[in-house]
Design a protein around this ligand. Structure first.
Ligand code: NAP
Length: 511
């Protein structure tokens, strides 16, 4: 575990400022001393990325695809060394880590296929008195802030990196302090793949930072052209604000918090009481609740089955197994949030172990209940508590259900659990909620985000800073491109995607 920064094709350790990776289960230091990047090193990474940007934008889709597949192969080649390190740094169990590695490599190959096929550039050709042609081209160097809660899949070689590299943009990683060793292993692999594939120096860099200095420096650097972030509302919004204050504002795609409301409709509550209670509880506790899609609000209407459902839910919560949280800060923040939410006016604690062992560092699942009016009167109850906590809001009638929907902030997801006929009867409510969320789920729970073309993992603010884009699925690539229009250009000067004979053989809109 060398702990260097990676700047294009070289490793670098100019600073004596060292940070250590920590085992979240016992707070002991792990192997490796990680050198914090100096401003000089960050400057060098950006300069190299800028120099690489033009060359890399011209690299053919097939070669970019080869690069992405090589990264995936090399990540798999790290074998148990990587799995072990992720487990040590994150507290996540082996099955989850292996699953996440599989997803990471699948994402890389998914974008490889997409960029190799090539039609994603949305080529449009208008022939006429004026010949106007358009396609999408890379935006330039992208800074990726890796996420604490997905040390692989939303991290160094995660979806942001894969989609930016696929789009033709160099990437500079701001490593997360929570998994410095994991970052180190994966970043070395990407550097090796870039060299092996003969790509320009600077197509990839990875920098370690402690505190906000490095991230702020990168976001404000005039040669950085876009930012991808997954994490807290505070962090994502602060970086967005910084980018908008630049002389040249740039897009910041921050994916922040969400409470992912789940509406549980009466007939479904009656028909499958136990089944849904079990499924909801398991979803709340999945990954110690450390998912941006964690169901933090359960919305129900009082009826004769509510008591049975609520009892089953509490019963299912008692059977959940608490798990270690990702880092000390996240554990403390969950503990704080859990206690604060429990003490809000009108909140009934349905399930919680409040006298836990502070040294366990495990997230104890928590189920709270509150009536409609107390929920509406208290915005705090609609805030995300990152961890296995859910608040059940009890409405007395359909008007109150609609009011809760109106009251919701922007979300990544919203779910409806209902029998077929009642889903049809509640279509107005579903349409209302549609204005608040990026993905609407019927008879399922929001945890689990499939990496497929049609996936949308985004949503209205404050779920993200740009409602139009996604960080998962095929469209994630569109965050890192811009349209360029060519008017009356000679064929030889056009990009291949727009040439008259269509040498790439891609789908185009031609008029
Ligand atoms: P975070 O505090 O937002 O940090 C994420 C990354 O952004 C880190 O690399 C951090 O760097 C950097 N950063 C944050 N604020 C910054 C600023 N003002 N200027 C420059 N850089 C900044 O997220 P986290 O550490 O992963 O977890 C903290 C909390 O975020 C959790 O308790 C949870 O509430 C929330 N979270 C939410 C999601 C979600 O998907 N909704 C995912 C993960 C976390 P430094 O650490 O070096 O400052």
């Amino acid at each position: 575990m060398k702990g260097f920064n990676i700047i294009g094709k070289k490793i670098s350790a100019k600073s004596d400022q060292i940070i250590k990776a920590v085992d979240p289960s016992n707070l002991s230091d792990l192997e490796g001393e990680f050198h914090v990047a100096t401003n000089e090193e960050a400057e060098e990474a950006v300069k190299k990325a800028k120099a690489a940007a033009e060359k890399y934008s011209k690299v053919k889709g097939s070669k970019r695809a080869h690069f992405l597949r090589t990264i995936a192969d090399k990540i798999e080649g790290l074998g148990d060394q990587l799995v072990k390190r992720v487990m040590q740094e994150s507290g996540l169990p082996e099955g989850r880590v292996k699953g996440e590695r599989g997803r990471t490599c699948a994402q890389l190959r998914f974008f490889a296929d997409k960029v190799e096929e090539g039609s994603w550039v949305n080529a449009i050709i208008n022939r006429g008195d004026v010949d106007v042609r358009q396609c999408l081209e890379p935006i330039g160097p992208v800074v990726v802030f890796t996420a604490s809660n997905f040390p692989l899949a939303f991290s160094t070689a995660g979806g942001d990196t894969a989609s930016a590299l696929a789009a033709g943009c160099p990437v500079i990683i701001k490593a997360h302090e929570s998994h410095l060793g994991t970052n180190n292993l994966v970043a070395e692999v990407i550097m090796g793949a870039a060299v092996e594939c003969g790509l320009p120096d600077g197509v990839f860099s990875s920098l370690n930072g402690a505190g906000n200095e490095l991230g702020s420096f990168l976001v404000q650097h005039p040669d950085v052209k876009a930012v991808a972030f997954t994490g807290s509302y505070g962090g994502g919004k602060a970086l967005y604000d910084l980018a908008q204050k630049r002389d040249e504002p740039i897009p910041v795609f921050s994916e922040m918090g969400s409470v992912n409301p789940v509406f549980i409709l009466p007939d479904a509550m009656e028909a499958k009481t136990e089944e849904w209670a079990e499924a909801v509880a398991n979803s709340v506790n999945l990954g110690a609740g450390q998912f941006c899609t964690n169901p933090g609000l359960l919305i129900v209407k009082r009826n004769e089955y509510l008591l049975a459902f609520s009892d089953q839910l509490v019963d299912a919560f008692t059977r959940l197994t608490p798990a270690t949280m990702l880092n000390k800060g996240i554990f403390q923040s969950y503990e704080r949030g859990r206690h604060q939410q429990s003490q809000q006016k009108g909140v009934v604690i349905k399930y919680a172990e409040m006298d836990d062992d502070p040294d366990s560092r495990k997230a104890l699942p928590c189920l709270l209940e509150v009536g409609f009016q107390n929920f509406i009167d208290n915005p705090k109850l609609a805030e995300e508590v990152f961890g296995p906590l859910s608040v059940m809001i009890v409405c007395e009638n359909d008007e109150e259900l609609a009011s809760v929907a109106d009251h919701l902030q922007g979300q990544l997801t919203a779910s409806f659990i209902g029998e077929k006929n009642e889903l049809l009867a509640y279509s107005d409510l579903i349409n209302k909620v549609k204005t608040k969320a990026g993905r609407i789920i019927v008879n399922g729970l929001p945890t689990g985000v499939a990496v497929v073309e049609a996936m949308h993992h985004g949503g209205p603010f404050p779920a993200t800073t740009d409602v139009r884009f996604t960080s998962v699925g095929g469209n994630a690539i569109y965050r890192f491109v811009r349209p360029v229009c060519y008017q009356d250009f000679p064929d030889e000067l056009l990009p291949d995607a727009l040439k008259e004979e269509n040498p790439l053989g891609i789908n185009r809109k031609e008029f």
